[in-house]
Design a protein around this ligand. Structure first.
Ligand code: ADP
Ligand code: MG
Length: 476
């Protein structure tokens, strides 16, 4: 057996041995490129797959391959994605089958020495429509599992999403993912959709708003049967932002029936929401118990390290160099709990880096963020005195208590919240903040701020307090 065949055999064994999600995420499409002196070079789709295969999955893959060739082997994983540009083709329309095959006959084609099987595999990769090309899927192409950074704050939800993909319609039905905004619910829901589609399941992705609109239209036109058929004909129903039906009593009854019908037919339903179902105002207790009867998972605000990890991934994808201190500036600069602002800030940075043709310095990054962004995110225009006032009022303190000597638990907590808000939303330095709070030292301020950041992830009350205060301060 030649090396290429050996890889093919190993590949299909791995497909059976590894759990499906692992295989699909990391190994699927991995192609044989070369074999020299016992070293197999295998092309994989991206850096994450390469890193994963070189670390956690290495021993597994190597053992399987060794069993096949019956000799010691090493494997070198490299990123290799045949792009259309490789083939000198600019758009999919330019590339009917014959053109592709023609390319292969030309002596200087990079693929000239591939076997017919590899060519076929390659061809399949190129011809396979990307998710983006599939009409009406409603899915966002780049919201995939392999672009989702997993950390403590979202691991539970991530695992649930994977479990739901592995066993649709069975144990975890319905599945509801809830969190405040910008923490990756829509991203995960799309990733689930992509994974289902990759498995060949008919998947419908809708926002609850369009689901409800559709339903209202059907009610009005008396085409309810069609409406139900439409949703029933798919294997999987993904509904984003289901909290939209909160308080809309007339729609809930109908939603309940549709939901039940799908559920009875064993269709998997996955939903996202910005709150726990117990906080929905629902007409139907039945509906609430339906929600709660399934799998209920939340995402808590992303840790600082996670935000950094996301930035690193984006930087790598965009092929721009961003230094660690600059990443820190962005990760710290943005609003604590969401990734949306992070994305906006990052894109500005990318544009600027491309314009200058060199990585930005920390000062440039700071200036850029201040100059371009909303005061809310980068604190250009929030007056620390407004923060003190808002916090005093919110915690029912007396004027001057925050800056005074009192050290009761209640005042201490409020003071730390206020310091934290100053740190996050103004440009004041630590010593300046210390001064503002009755001449406290900068280490006291730092300690207070750190304590807040640390508690934030698993202290829902603190999350709520900050949310309320930010709303009071920034009006959103
Ligand atoms: P939500 O639906 O909870 O409001 P989104 O899914 O729209 O949040 O996420 C906001 C942005 O942050 C999106 O661009 C998304 O890709 C990104 N994002 C959120 N969490 C992660 C994560 N863990 N890894 C990578 N990107 C993330
Ligand atoms: Mg969303």
């Amino acid at each position: 057996m030649n090396a290429q065949d050996a890889w093919r055999v190993a590949y299909s064994q791995l497909e059976i041995q590894l759990d499906r999600a692992t295989f699909e995420t990391w190994l699927k499409g991995a192609t044989f490129l070369d074999h020299t002196d016992g070293v197999f070079t295998i092309g994989v789709k991206n850096n994450y797959a390469r890193d994963m295969l070189k670390s956690r999955l290495y021993r597994n893959v190597r053992r399987v391959l060794m069993d096949v060739v019956n000799a010691p082997v090493e494997i070198d994983f490299v990123v290799h994605q045949p792009t259309r540009a490789d083939l000198g083709v600019s758009s999919p329309q330019d590339m009917p089958l014959f053109r592709f095959l023609e390319e292969q006959q030309q002596p200087r084609s990079p693929y000239e020495d591939l076997s017919p099987e590899s060519l076929r595999a390659l061809h399949e990769v190129i011809q396979r429509p990307s998710m983006h090309d599939i009409p009406d899927s409603g899915l966002i192409a780049h919201y995939t599992f392999d672009r989702f950074v997993v950390a403590n704050s979202n691991r539970y939800a991530y695992n649930a999403a994977r479990a739901v993909v592995d066993a649709p319609g069975r144990n975890y039905n319905p599945c509801l993912i809830y969190s405040s905004t910008g923490l990756g619910k829509t991203h995960l829901l799309n990733a689930i959709g992509h994974a289902y589609r990759a498995k060949g399941l008919r998947t419908t992705f809708v926002t609850s708003e369009s689901f409800v609109n559709d339903m209202m239209e059907a009610l009005r036109q008396k085409t309810m049967a069609m409406f139900r058929d439409k949703y029933r004909s798919s294997d999987v129903l993904l509904i984003d932002d289901i909290h939209f039906i909160s308080g809309k009593e007339s729609t809930q009854e109908e939603f309940f029936h549709t939901f039940n019908t799908l559920h009875r037919f064993g269709k998997q339903i996955v939903m996202t929401s910005d709150r726990h179902p117990r906080e929905f105002s629902l007409l139907e207790d039945r509906l609430r118990s339906r929600f709660e009867g399934g799998l209920l998972v939340d995402i808590t605000p992303l840790e600082y390290e996670t935000r950094i990890a996301i930035l690193r991934m984006w930087a790598e994808e965009q092929g721009v160099k961003v230094s660690m201190p600059v990443m820190e500036v962005i990760a710290q600069g943005v609003h604590q709990d969401g990734v949306r602002e992070l994305e906006g800030a990052f894109m500005k940075l990318v544009m600027q880096t491309r314009t200058l043709h060199r990585p930005l310095t920390v000062t440039e990054a700071q200036t850029l963020l201040l100059r371009f962004d909303a005061p809310r995110a980068y604190g250009a225009q929030v007056d620390a005195r407004d923060i003190l006032q808002a916090v005093t009022r919110y915690f029912n303190l007396r004027n001057g208590e925050l800056t005074g000597k009192a050290r009761t638990a209640r005042v201490n907590h409020a003071r730390q919240v206020a310091m934290y808000l100053c740190r996050e939303n103004t440009e004041l330095s630590l010593p300046q903040i210390g001064d503002l709070f009755g001449g406290r030292s900068h280490t006291t301020v730092l300690h207070g701020c750190n304590k807040m950041s640390e508690s934030l992830a698993d202290d829902p009350m603190l999350q709520q307090q900050l949310k309320d205060l930010k709303r009071a301060l920034f009006g959103d």
